[in-house]
Design a protein around this ligand. Structure first.
Ligand SMILES: NC(=O)C1=CN([C@@H]2O[C@H](COP(=O)(O)OP(=O)(O)OC[C@H]3O[C@@H](n4cnc5c(N)ncnc54)[C@H](OP(=O)(O)O)[C@@H]3O)[C@@H](O)[C@H]2O)C=CC1
Ligand SMILES: O=C(O)C1=N[C@H](C(=O)O)C[C@H](O)C1
Length: 238
């Protein structure tokens, strides 16, 4: 598989290491120094593009992959308010697109555990729920994309909560997501239910970026030749 890496920072480099070890070929390593490689005649040489850049640049880069007719796997977070628009463009143009706030197998299983716990806790109004995410200090967005996914899964079943908010909740209807930035934390997420009687917490702790990178490579293999909108649930059969 020929891969165009859009974004060659911490994640781009981690993905390259895993992709090449698996026998894939990285044909483009795109950062701010070689943006001409985003032109259709260059991107179209790849079987798949993997996009890990910044919240401000992800959507433009996805559109460039659509223009080049290259399926794209997107890990960049902090832009997902525009996801419906991007999915619409993907379907309308018959392109290939897979996006995940977190590619690691462990976090995707954690998402399922979170959904099950949220369903079990929903009738028990004596418990309040809050979240904490911890990442390295270079992270541009807060709360993390993973935390937002976890929060949305809780909001879908917990009728006491109407929206998530950054930091502490100001009223009982809000689900507070606290963010801490501590180096070199790759990514830690905790969901806690608190009552006067007891607390229940679930935590996922990434020890490094290998899980995110391996999941992104698995998603890229899955996306070669694909049209339409997919998620990690398709890749992992969840
Ligand atoms: N979904 C998941 O599983 C994961 C998602 N992420 C997310 O991935 C994103 C990237 O993370 P990370 O690798 O740590 O970030 P880094 O800051 O280490 O790397 C970002 C890279 O993007 C490049 N870049 C910036 N603007 C553009 C552009 N317009 N076109 C092409 N490349 C560009 C930068 O180039 P330059 O150095 O020249 O500025 C740099 O190489 C973040 O949003 C993060 O939250 C991270 C881990 C896991
Ligand atoms: O920026 C990061 O590093 C990470 N970002 C993703 C997120 O926002 O959830 C995934 C992972 O936690 C690492």
């Amino acid at each position: 598989m020929k891969i165009a890496l859009i974004g060659y920072g911490k994640m781009g480099k981690a993905i390259e290491a895993i992709a090449t070890a698996k026998g894939h070929e990285v044909i483009h390593r795109i950062d701010m120094n070689n943006l001409h490689l985003l032109e259709p005649n260059e991107l179209s040489k790849a079987d798949v593009a993997i996009e890990f850049t910044t919240p401000a640049t992800a959507v433009d880069n996805i559109m460039k992959c659509f223009a080049a007719n290259v399926p794209v796997v997107v890990g960049t977070t902090g832009w997902l308010d525009r996801l419906p628009e991007v999915e619409e463009r993907c379907k309308a143009g018959n392109h290939g697109f897979l996006c995940a706030s977190n590619f690691s197998i462990g976090v995707n299983i954690f998402f399922e555990v979170n959904k099950r716990l949220a369903a079990l806790m929903a009738p028990h109004k004596e418990y309040d729920v809050q979240m904490l995410e911890i990442h390295h200090t270079q992270k541009k967005d807060a709360p993390s994309g993973t935390a937002i996914t976890l929060a949305e899964e809780i909001l879908a079943v917990n009728s006491s909560k109407t929206k998530w908010v950054e930091g502490s909740a100001h009223n009982p209807g809000e689900l507070g997501i606290a963010s801490e930035r501590i180096d070199p934390t790759p990514g830690t997420h905790t969901v806690t239910y608190t009552s006067d009687i007891d607390d229940i917490s679930i935590t996922h702790t990434a020890h490094n970026r290998q899980g995110f990178a391996a999941g992104a490579v698995a998603a890229a293999v899955y996306m070669v030749g694909k049209k339409g909108v997919y998620t990690m649930k398709d890749v992992l059969n969840l």
